[in-house]
Write a protein that binds this ligand. Structure first.
Ligand SMILES: [Zn+2]
Length: 375
């Protein structure tokens, strides 16, 4: 395990590759920000927006939303600055999973004047797939993320709206290099991201789920994209100040409700991530045990790049909050998928990376030191 020399990104992130100087892709991307010709990018996005305006149709584009900080910022920017007419699409969590804040934030988007379609996959299939994914991969979101990502292009095809606007470019802004497209804003390779490309769906079909059960979980193929002229565009490439904090600030000024739980329960320094449900926090903890970094790292890295944190301040925060997860979230999750707390920890311990952590009894202790790596 090596850390980026600038931030606290370890090279254990899937699909990442550091430069020869030991710098992570996201830091390389941000370091070039000052040289970017933002006026040129503004011209490009206005030209693109113009080419997709379709007075004969009800909508010019689709934006996938959760109601959270990125959604609000994107929706407002697209409507009020680019002057496009977006249809917002939200894949809803089942009633047991969605939070009150999540519901409030969707209402907020509607109150801001947007049309919004909610896609709600059958809750019982959702729950069973979640339980199966946790049992097989210690990752309950394996199936549900497929549904989250697939809802938008499936609706784009069904509603004949060829332009999909997406926020972050995971290749440039996170370092998931498989997603890079022909240009910095071409998002049609989003299908290669770690979440979507993690093997076939055989694990679902061999467990007895039929084709019809899984319609919501199928990301349209490259051929379908071509046939329907679907184009995904990453808006983050055009917005020099795209960040967790800036998006949260803009959105809070436009009615976003945020989380009031402490970072020691969530690893979330400002309470602005994954507002619509509580169990992504579990997955962030499990990610930490697999790869040695969690949600606090994502915050710290961004703040180091922006100059808000020194590397030392980042190390302090990451040490304290990476891998944090409230017992209450774990208990609610176990209750939902029908397992005991002992089952849960047995599964988690089975996936702990033995190169990175010591496992003694119930204790899981890191072998690495944050910012330095393995000694
Ligand atoms: Zn870095």
């Amino acid at each position: 395990m090596r850390y980026c020399k600038n931030c606290l990104q370890p090279d254990t992130r899937p699909n990442t590759r550091f430069s020869q100087d030991g710098i992570c892709p996201a830091c390389t991307y941000y370091s070039k920000h000052k040289e970017v010709d933002w006026a040129e990018r503004t011209q490009i996005i206005h030209r693109l927006a113009q080419s997709y305006k379709n007075p004969a149709a009800q909508y010019d584009c689709i934006i996938g939303v959760s109601g959270g900080k990125d959604s609000v910022r994107q929706a407002l920017w697209v409507r009020d600055y680019l002057k496009l007419r977006p249809l917002l699409v939200c894949l809803s969590y089942p009633p047991h999973q969605v939070t009150d804040i999540g519901v409030d934030n969707l209402s907020n988007l509607i109150e801001l004047g947007f049309d919004l379609i909610q896609v709600c996959p059958a809750p019982e299939t959702w729950r069973k797939l979640m339980a199966l994914a946790f049992e097989k991969f210690a990752n309950w979101a394996r199936a549900t993320e497929l549904a989250l990502f697939s809802a938008v292009p499936r609706l784009a095809i069904d509603y004949k709206i060829p332009l999909i606007l997406w926020g972050e470019n995971p290749g440039l802004q996170l370092g998931d290099l498989g997603t890079l497209g022909r240009t910095g804003y071409d998002g049609n390779n989003l299908r290669n991201m770690n979440t979507l490309s993690g093997g076939s769906n055989d694990w679902m079909t061999s467990a007895g789920f039929g084709k019809k059960d899984l319609i919501a979980y199928n990301y349209p193929s490259a051929e379908e994209f071509l046939e329907h002229n679907i184009q995904i565009i990453y808006l983050g490439w055009f917005l020099g100040d795209w960040s967790l904090n800036n998006n949260a600030m803009v959105s809070a000024l436009n009615g976003l409700s945020v989380r009031h739980d402490s970072p020691s329960n969530t690893g979330d320094l400002y309470g602005v991530s994954s507002l619509d449900e509580d169990w992504v926090t579990l997955n962030q903890m499990i990610k930490y045990y697999k790869f040695g970094f969690g949600r606090a790292s994502d915050y710290a890295n961004e703040m180091i790049r922006m100059g808000t944190f020194t590397r030392e301040e980042g190390i302090d925060v990451v040490k304290r909050f990476d891998g944090a997860c409230s017992e209450k979230y774990i208990a609610d999750f176990c209750d939902f998928i029908g397992i005991t707390n002992t089952d849960f920890w047995e599964k988690v311990r089975s996936i702990v990376n033995p190169d990175l952590f010591d496992l003694t009894g119930n204790m899981i202790t890191p072998k690495f030191s944050v910012g330095k790596g393995l000694s």
